[in-house]
Write a protein that binds this ligand. Sequence first.
Ligand code: UDP
Ligand code: MN
Length: 363
Amino acid sequence: MLKRCGRRLLLALAGALLACLLVLTADPPPPPVPAERGRRALRSLAGPAGAAPARGLEAAAAAAAPAALAREVHSLSEYFSLLTRARRDAGPPPGGAPRPADGHPPPPAEPLAPHDVFIAVKTTRKFHRARLDLLLETWISRHKQMTFIFTDGEDEALARRTGNVVNTNCSAAHSRQALSCKMAVEFDHFMESGRKWFCHVDDDNYVNVRALLRLLASYPHTQDVYIGKPSLDRPIQATERVSENTMRPVHFWFATGGAGFCISRGLALKMSPWASRGHFMNTAERIRLPDDCTIGYIVEALLGVPLIRSGLFHSHLENLQQVPASELHEQVTLSYGMFENKRNAIHVKGPFSVEADPSRWAN
Ligand code: UDP
Ligand code: MN
């Protein structure tokens, strides 16, 4: 009996020893990672400090979880789940161009020269002196080969300054039909130009052509790309006429024309049945909305191609004082105007007052 007990004790002791040995020879557990390391790595995702990750990833992380980035990250699992989400968001959508970075364009997809881009500026006779002259003295003067002015009245003084003036013969009005008439002519001229990209801007837009080229170069022009910034926070609800007496509701996003937007040739070719050679006006009549909405309708509702939002386009429908001066040089378009009886312009400190230099873009 005592002998059996002794053997059992011996066996138990041998088992315990083996267990101890196993624990000692196994990989030691990783030392606890200081919370600070996780936080710093995450900060480098969110901002310029620290090692910079891929730009798309950085922006996608910021876009994917701004709230999570703003607060401290308390656990590694939280950090890694954020990274995974950021990577997923940064990846290309199925069958499409790289996902937009709301702010920073991803790396170049193809080299792009200035003459690959067709910039259409919409104007009207009464704004030739008040608005267009300013553009000719600033950004257009350096990019005359890229820029085409679409207006509604002859102007010899303007023709002397640039050869690329198109008199659309559309009515000089701010009506839905007149604006669509101009957009139709812009689209047809772009199609005839053979260029890779169509960009539309208003005559109160400043275009930073270098930033524009950098942005467009990050997408293949042969794919479906419609890029700009919506001015509404939800898709526009419209009624679409599908036959003589049938209407049906439709909703879609559109890039506001006053901020400027661009379309790749690949997409423009698909839009042609609804946008080229007189069809644009008919399509606009189908939804009875302005020209920029009609573009969104054709791209999103009829072709099923989603708008790529970019934070780099700015109209005077947004509060322009919120564009940080330090990021001004990265913006693709800027604008100016009045909002609720106040001057809405980029805030930049400088030696001139608005009174001394009333035509400057920012004050
Ligand atoms: N515009 C036009 N015909 C007009 C009035 C305006 O073609 O009778 C053009 C104008 O040149 C600008 C765009 O439409 O490119 C938008 O006009 P504006 O900035 O005056 O108005 P918004 O729609 O921005 O308030
Ligand atoms: Mn405007």
